[in-house]
Design a binder for this molecule. Sequence first.
Ligand SMILES: Cc1cc2nc3c(=O)[nH]c(=O)nc-3n(C[C@H](O)[C@H](O)[C@H](O)COP(=O)(O)OP(=O)(O)OC[C@H]3O[C@@H](n4cnc5c(N)ncnc54)[C@H](O)[C@@H]3O)c2cc1C
Length: 386
Amino acid sequence: MTTAKSFDVIVVGAGSVGTPAAMSLAEAGLKVLVLDRAPSVGQGSNKRAIGGLRATHSDPAKIRLCLRSLEIFATWRDRFGDDIEWYKGGYSYVAYRPEDERTLKDLLVVQKASGLNIDWLDAPALLEVIPDLNRDGLIGGTFSPDDGNASPLLAVHAFYTRAKALGAEFRFNEIVTGLLTAGGRTAGVRTDRGEYAAPVVINAAGPWGAEVAALAGLDVPVRPDSHEGAVTEAVARFLGPMVVDIRPVAGSANYYFYQHATGQVIFCITPSPSLWGMDIRETSSFLPMVARRMVDLIPRLKNLRVRRTWRGLYPMTPDGFPIVGWARELEGYLLAVGMCGQGFMLGPGLGELVARMVAGRETANDRQTLAYLSPYREFKGQEKLK
Ligand SMILES: Cc1cc2nc3c(=O)[nH]c(=O)nc-3n(C[C@H](O)[C@H](O)[C@H](O)COP(=O)(O)OP(=O)(O)OC[C@H]3O[C@@H](n4cnc5c(N)ncnc54)[C@H](O)[C@@H]3O)c2cc1C
């Protein structure tokens, strides 16, 4: 019998979370194996993300993680040389209804207390930042200038390249089919090609997170729902921030869009009700629905031609917050799943946190963060800025 190759830690999933986590684990000096069923890095939900990066959240845990992610994205080119198309345009949540003004202003308290650079701008001030906004009924909006955007494909590839340079091993086209245990604790994984030993296994399988957790006998409430995105032709810069409109209308909840560093406007919408399941075939209803809303908000957008649409999965949890923590039922099994619509922005900050957890170097701040994201919380609340 051949002995399984041994690692300090195995990461299931080379996506928005697993790839930067592998990089941070390798940076901590650990021997890392990453397994992915796809033929290359970032081929799950990662490449479907539109590229929005914000620390503008409604809770201290995600604000803190994303503030760190933003530092990593924003300084990447200077530190490591790869152009990940980072653009610091900020985020703006616009308000045309008093109830949205109230919600957004209420959130400023926790956002500012958590260290986020954000303010409320009244209509004239907001129009200086986004001159093309429809003025009709505009009350104002929040503006967080340090948020931005980048290319999910270029970013994940940059993390992958660095992880490999630091010694992490990646194996693609390999499906994790089982978990190995010994004496009631994690001992490695079985794949369709063989077995690998490690005392720590991290589930970073995104929309497949529940399926992979079930291999370990764990029941994790991650359920994929589908969202569509689209990209226009490239034009000269006319829009700074990502614009988010949280007004729900029949068929959709919020939608958001921004102008990428290379000139294209990239956008998506939250269907209402949610479209549960793994179906990623594009629909004919998405574009007419979102285009009407966008042109109503910024009439000038009517001149832009859409080049392509696509559909991908949000790994959703019942309360809209990620699930990150050690499994109590199985020593050595770490969950990093349920990123909802924010896995790209959470990725590098969360990757560092996961590495500190595995290396036994958690800080007091980390413990506070993890309390919000615990797999054993009650899942009763509701994220206010999904
Ligand atoms: C239209 C759209 C727009 C979005 N916009 C944004 C945005 O602007 N900003 C943002 O932060 N997020 C955005 N998201 C959400 C983001 O894409 C996800 O939250 C994120 O990609 C999830 O990361 P992950 O690492 O958990 O999953 P993934 O990136 O999907 O990685 C999981 C990996 O696990 C692998 N895997 C699964 N099962 C197995 C197995 N059994 N064996 C081996 N490998 C396996 C998969 O192949 C996959 O590569 C958007 C999503 C969509 C659909």
